[in-house]
Design a protein. Structure first.
Length: 152
């Protein structure tokens, strides 16, 4: 009877943790405890149940962790400066990495900007896509149809 209570309690606690705290990993332990409970009813002794619980939980962890991590990260909402990556900016001062000049406007805020291609000058009023952020500088690439100037 104690084994039924052990696996039942572990199952319920795992499901509660998954729902209350968003701990997707807790579901693996719920499945492991359910498997151990089924093993108990099939006549397995406690050490076999524990071994089965550990084995099922670890296998689920190894197999599904990369998949769930990829799925969870895809749905994550970017905040702060990282939310700007992929957005369009307007160049308000010609971007020239060689002279370390350039400014861009995005979301009503003015930023220091540098070209992702160190040999490219991006002219004022060009549209640019933000491809990264280094410190307080936007790293951009041109998206205008006009040809940018090439440095010699």
């Amino acid at each position: 009877m104690a084994e039924i209570q052990l696996w039942g309690a572990l199952f319920v606690l795992s499901i509660m943790a998954a729902l209350a705290f968003g701990m997707i990993e807790a579901v693996w332990f719920a499945v492991g405890s359910a498997t151990a409970l089924i093993a108990h009813f099939a006549g397995a002794v406690l050490w076999q149940q524990v071994l089965l619980f550990i084995a099922v939980s670890v296998v689920l962890l190894i197999v599904s962790r990369p998949l769930t991590k990829k799925w969870v990260n895809k749905r994550a909402i970017k905040t702060g400066a990282q939310a700007l990556i992929g957005k369009e900016a307007r160049v308000i001062k010609t971007i020239d990495n060689k002279t370390e000049q350039g400014r861009a406007m995005v979301g009503g805020m003015e930023w220091t900007a540098r070209s992702a291609d160190p040999n490219m000058i991006i002219p004022k009023d060009a549209a640019a896509r933000i491809v990264g952020i280094e410190g307080v500088k936007l790293i951009v690439e041109i998206i205008d149809t006009s040809e940018p100037e090439e440095k010699n």
